[in-house]
Design a protein around this ligand. Structure first.
Ligand code: GLU
Length: 427
């Protein structure tokens, strides 16, 4: 049976076929020769399932969609602080090829515009391997296949690279470029010429959605904190001077490239990629934007759409007899984040437990956010101070630092021990 999701992607392609506005990038001769009617779309879930439609095997150069990944590699190389010392995180509101330097710090405004991306590329470590080889290795880890450079595109852009070279000289003069302008621009242009398909891009985006873990191989390619930073900058600066319009209409972190690709990331859920070479005046794919708008609307991707409130973390409260003593059991579930743990706190405050013994059953809990750990730890401390005894059922050890007010670890039981000790419902 063909998946309805594939059918849906076909529909997005069909229903945007009338969009022929815009022009292919003219300033790089090799890109000017692209077939403007090519179109493709792919999405990849954090479980590693890829759906794609259209010219799915068509290869094109990654261009500026490489920038978030170069930024990620620079952060992995030097740590976030050192990278922030060199490149800012403020949207420039200007075109991608402007020299947007912060007047106060002299740093490029952000790593998504060319000036910031050239400075970022120049930061990459290159000891045994060159910075470009390292970028290709990263792309290959992210896509699960060997990624190479489209040499004709690289040569063509190098031949027409005066503007980027000019930016690099100005950066160097401002003390904002760690390398000589020539090699920095060449490295950056080769990074942009990596050859990819929409499937590759969807996997790359899905790795960002999946906290740095490549969903097919399970490899932790980037650290979680790194992906958080990259996604934040994509959200505010990814679509150049159209970033605000993008965030309010499509509502997900994204990055476009002048060959016609756009990637988008819904954190925790999916990575998407679209391709259509005609560009709007901002340098973003015109039909690509329309396809992304539809995906966002139809699949409910907008980050600010509050249609899905977090579930309560309190599944049920029971009173039972445990080892001959009445006990209140709170059964918790799902991810414990601020809004979900609040429901437990509220319940305990509004209906204080009537038994000395209190059992928190965390067998159904997936993850505990730091705020939930703090809040529940404070609450446990208060309950102990009021004379309660606390037992934790936490077979997966989702919480490891629960302590009472004297700093003693809270008693832990296995689910089996609880079952053996429980005599049955009391009420
Ligand atoms: N390599 C291109 C340039 O530097 C990337 C621009 C883009 O994709 O937006 O001009």
């Amino acid at each position: 049976m063909r998946s309805p999701i594939l059918g849906y992607l076909d529909t997005v392609i069909e229903e945007t076929a009338h969009i022929s506005a815009g022009d292919v990038a003219g300033y790089i001769p090799e890109l000017a020769a692209a077939d403007p009617d090519r179109v493709a779309i792919a999405l990849c879930t954090v479980n590693g399932t890829v759906y794609s439609s259209g010219d799915v095997d068509h290869r094109f150069s990654i261009q500026s969609m490489s920038k978030p990944f170069a930024y990620a590699l620079a952060i992995e190389d030097h740590g976030l602080g050192a990278v922030l010392d060199n490149v800012g995180v403020e949207p420039s509101g200007e075109a991608f090829n402007e020299l947007s330097l912060d007047p106060e710090t002299g740093k490029p405004r952000n790593p998504m515009i060319n000036a910031g991306a050239i400075a970022t590329h120049a930061l990459l470590k290159s000891d045994e391997e060159s910075s470009v080889e390292r970028m290709l290795k990263l792309f290959s880890q992210l896509t699960g296949r060997q990624i190479d450079i489209e040499e004709a595109v690289a040569a063509s852009e190098l031949g027409a690279g005066d503007r980027n070279l000019g930016l690099a000289h100005l950066l160097r003069a401002a003390g904002a470029l760690a390398q000589e302008p020539g090699p920095a621009v060449e490295g950056y242009i080769r990074q942009c010429a990596a050859s990819v398909t929409v499937r590759d891009l969807a996997l790359m985006a899905a790795t960002l959605a999946n906290a740095g873990v490549q969903p097919e191989t399970g490899e932790q390619v980037l650290r979680r904190q790194t992906t958080r930073q990259v996604l934040s900058v994509m959200a505010s600066c990814g679509m150049y001077d159209a970033a605000g319009d993008w965030l309010s209409t499509v509502g997900i972190p994204a990055k476009s490239g002048v060959a016609g690709g756009i990637i988008g990331v819904l954190p925790g859920q999916i990575g998407v990629a679209v391709f259509s070479p005609r560009l709007d005046p901002h340098g973003n794919s015109a039909r690509g934007i329309e396809m992304m708008k539809r995906l966002s609307e139809d699949l409910g991707l907008h980050l600010m759409d509050t249609g899905r409130p977090a579930r309560s973390s309190l599944r049920e409260t029971r009173t039972v007899i445990v080892e001959g003593q009445p006990a209140t059991i709170y059964v918790l579930q799902g991810d414990l984040v601020l809004s979900s743990i609040e429901s437990l706190v509220h319940e305990i405050i509004e209906h204080p437990p009537q038994t000395d013994l209190i059992i928190f059953d965390m067998s159904r809990v997936d993850e505990v956010h730091a705020v939930a750990r703090r809040t529940s730890s404070d609450m446990a401390t208060k309950l102990v101070e009021e004379g309660h005894q606390i037992i934790l059922i936490d077979p997966d050890e989702t919480v490891t630092d629960f302590q009472d007010s004297q700093g003693r670890p809270v008693e832990r039981w296995s689910p089996h021990r609880l079952e053996q000790a429980t005599e049955g419902p009391e009420r």
